[in-house]
Design a protein around this ligand. Structure first.
Ligand code: 9YT
Length: 131
């Protein structure tokens, strides 16, 4: 059994600042679950270009509001607390948080992140494995 609290992660190296977002990485590859789980804050008023070519991600909004736009077709979906989206096609997208309030998301990645990944200039995370 693994039990952790968000307060155990905050301020450690499992809290990663990506600029537009801060990701508190609750479960990682080394926890052996086959996926990673993050509590991520998307800063108010930001737009982030993301393209997880090496990962599948599901994102469940629990606070705040914004939108996600898939770049291939220009579709825009509003996001608010209680909305989940899943990048089942490795969809390249923009993630936007509305002005004035941060968005808080629970993110699940498969394969799991190992810990310190941040987006490269194309919005991609590298595919890393525990050595
Ligand atoms: C929703 C999203 O993809 N935000 C970027 C950060 C990422 N979820 C992470 O590393 O937690």
């Amino acid at each position: 059994m693994i039990v952790k609290k968000l307060e155990d992660i905050v301020g450690t190296e499992q809290e990663v600042d990506g600029g537009n977002w801060v990701s508190r990485r609750l479960l990682l590859a080394r926890d052996g679950m086959g996926y990673s789980v993050h509590d991520t804050v998307i800063k108010a008023g930001t737009e982030t270009h993301i393209h997880y070519q090496n990962h599948l991600e599901a994102v469940y909004c629990i606070e705040g509001a914004g939108e996600v736009e898939t770049i291939a077709d220009g579709k825009v979906w509003p996001i608010s607390a209680g909305t989940i989206y899943a990048l089942d096609q490795h969809d390249e997208h923009y993630l936007r948080a509305n002005q004035g309030v941060d968005m808080r998301m629970v993110c699940v990645f498969a394969p799991p992140l190992t810990g310190r990944e941040v987006h490269d200039e194309s919005g991609v995370y590298p595919l890393l494995t525990e050595s």
